[in-house]
Design a protein around this ligand. Sequence first.
Ligand SMILES: *[C@@H]1O[C@H](CO)[C@@H](O)[C@H](O)[C@H]1NC(C)=O
Ligand SMILES: *[C@@H]1O[C@H](CO)[C@@H](O)[C@H](O)[C@H]1NC(C)=O
Ligand SMILES: *[C@@H]1O[C@H](CO)[C@@H](O)[C@H](O)[C@H]1NC(C)=O
Ligand SMILES: *[C@@H]1O[C@H](CO)[C@@H](O)[C@H](O)[C@H]1NC(C)=O
Ligand SMILES: CC(=O)N[C@H]1CO[C@H](CO)[C@@H](O)[C@@H]1O
Length: 804
Amino acid sequence: MAGGMENRSRKRQVLSFFLCLCVSLGACETIRYSVPEEKKSGSPAANIAKDLKLDVGKLSGRSAQLVSKSSKQYCELNTSSGDVIIKKNIHREDLCGQRDPCVLQFEIVLENPLQLYRKEVQIEDVNDNSPNFSKNEFVFKMPEQIPINTHFPLEGAQDSDIGTNGIQSYVINPNEHFRLDVQTLDTDGSKYAELVLEKQLDREEQAQLMLILTAADGGLPQRTGTARIRVNVLDSNDNFLQFSQSVYKVQLMENSPKGTLVTKVEASDLDQDSNAEITYSFGQVPDKVLKLFKLNQLSGEITVLGIIDYEERSNYEMNIQATDGGGLSAHCKVLMQIKDMNDNAPDVTLTSLTSTIPEDSSPETVVALFSVSDRDSGNNGRTFCSMQDNVPFALKSTLKDYYELVTQKPLDREKVPEYNITITATDRGTPRLTSVRVIRVQLSDINDNPPVFNESSYVMYLKENNPPGLLIGTVRAADLDTEQNAKVTYSALPGNIGDLLLSSSISINSKNGKVYSLQSLDYEQRRDFQVTVRAADGGFPPLSSEVIVRVVIIDENDNAPFILYPLQNSSSPANDLVPRSAEAGYLVTKVVAVDGDSGQNSWLSYQLLKATDPSLFAVGLQTGEVKTSRPITSPDFVKQKLVVVVKDNGEPARSTTSTLNVLLVDGFSDAYLQLLDVPEEEEQQDTLTLYLVISLSFISFLFLISVVTVIAIRLYKTRQCRDQYVPSSRNFYSDRNFPTNPAERSGTGTLPQSYCYEVCLTTASGTSEFKFLRPLVPSLPANPSVALGTSILEIRLQLRYSRS
Ligand SMILES: *[C@@H]1O[C@H](CO)[C@@H](O)[C@H](O)[C@H]1NC(C)=O
Ligand SMILES: *[C@@H]1O[C@H](CO)[C@@H](O)[C@H](O)[C@H]1NC(C)=O
Ligand SMILES: *[C@@H]1O[C@H](CO)[C@@H](O)[C@H](O)[C@H]1NC(C)=O
Ligand SMILES: *[C@@H]1O[C@H](CO)[C@@H](O)[C@H](O)[C@H]1NC(C)=O
Ligand SMILES: CC(=O)N[C@H]1CO[C@H](CO)[C@@H](O)[C@@H]1O
């Protein structure tokens, strides 16, 4: 077989050579036949015999052959009929593709003579293919903002057929956005289509479009092919942001805590994805706002960040910007009104203050001027002012919110030296807030108080015989004022003590009020005296007051008792005669003594110190009466000598003795003889006689006065006298009632009380004699009186005449 094949191809080569030779000889002629594709196999395409004008019968004789130029044998030659027969179904598209014309070439070779005929069969196209798109669906992504008339070239459909059987037109289903623009290529005349945007796309309206693209060929019947065009509209940031409100009006309480939500701004964006991602930010706002408020970038919530103070600012305006991912932005405004809270207490501001005012300021004197303010507003900022009401000040409202603190009543620094005046300012908010201000007002001193002695009068005691310069006492005066006005100086007013100048015996320390005695003083000369002391303050003009200082001199026992009777300085002591017939208790005589001192120091007591016969006489302790204590007997001596000691009650006691001579006589006639019998007592007798004369004349004198006085008293005052002195009788002789307060001692000496004696005179003996003396109780007052030295001895004598 292989050898046969080789032979055959060798033969062909030879034939081709001859053929070319033939052609070159010009004997060649090409006949073209036309056959539609897809002819059934076996169907004749042409008849060679006719064309070549050959006898059909000879064909086989001449070994007619059909030599195909292509590798595949589509045709064969029926030598018996001369027909070129389609051997296989011919697909033009397979055979030629888009080549046109599609020609099958073959040669008819005849032998005997060798003849070669070139033949062609043109395969005609039949519309057996539909347009076909490469994909069922084409996806376009188009930004929504592409301009109108933008062309989008479409991929063309394929149709294997050619010519009019090829694609002749494209259409799309009617829609509002696109139309189709079909163009023909100049180069090959093929059609192509473009989508043309006719109406703006809007993703927000329709995010996706479905189109159907149909390609149609020109065959008969027409064939079409379709494809879907899906247009995805891409979002473009074509939507402006929109705030839900262009202006947000909000109210916020002041002092809202940190984190309080103030408001929420909200913007919306119809765009998608990043184009709809909104971030919020403050626009142009002052730094202050940034410190006080926080804006959440994502949520748009505005919260409190700092301390909101109405008083600092009552409203805020902020611009807020919202921006989306595409960079578009929108603005809104937040108008924030801060609502006042009563968080500020009223404030008291002192405009002027006279912190020290003189105490004699007249009422309505302005002390302080102040204003009250409150930083809050409305009722929270409306204030009123009050003050404590227990002070002599008042508030006066002058201008609005201005007050004057004025004095209301007279002031006295000495009572209240300063005031802390509490002023309360209150506002009318809820709750009310108050503030308190203390205004301190001090009063300055005015010399309105004189010095005042701490006692209404002073009594100072001073022992007599004092050393000069002795401190007697102190006066003290206080001045309620202060400082210079209270600086007290003391002085003694000029005066006399008897003949003496006061200033020579008394001095006073002007600073401390100490009183000194400058001289030694004698009680017996002066019991007391008075000094007027003046205390003056240092004010201008000075005020002063005076006080009487009574200086009482206290007695000292510096005087011994002085014996008045019997007289002691005569050469011979007096003789007292006692009849031998005298019974016990016979009053012999009375020792009368005085003491220059007073009080205890002058309280005298009498005692028998020595006696010839101590058993015969007794001396009254207080009276000084010398009495017989027993009847006189014959062995008793005629001359009796008695020594009586008179002692005062001072400390130490002082005493004086008195010597008495008593003669015991049978009758007064021999008394004188007895006196003469005593030669050593002669001088004494003479003296006694002299004394007796003196005594008698003294007593006679007293008698005369007494008679006159008695008559006068009897005539006018007898009753009065008795009635008046009865009540005081009980005090008589009472030691206890002896005044102990030396100041109360009146100016009496030894005999502070009046002593009354009834003197009974007897005429029986022929001479006036003291018969007896006995105390008369009660006594009459010191009238008539006899002054003895500084003391007064008052003796009232009632004379009785007894006629036997
Ligand atoms: C059309 O094209 C598709 C894809 O290219 C292919 O699969 C299909 O066979 C074609 N149809 C025809 C009739 O050629
Ligand atoms: C007034 O206040 C001052 C200072 O607080 C104080 O020293 C003074 O004692 C007060 N005076 C009175 C009278 O309360
Ligand atoms: C008055 O002052 C004097 C001197 O200081 C004092 O001794 C005396 O006791 C005072 N008198 C009174 C009543 O206080
Ligand atoms: C005795 O004393 C009194 C009183 O002191 C005096 O008057 C009188 O002269 C004195 N007599 C003699 C003698 O000294
Ligand atoms: C092989 C073949 O097809 N032969 C045919 C040639 O033509 C004659 C006459 O038309 C037919 O009878 C043959 O059958």
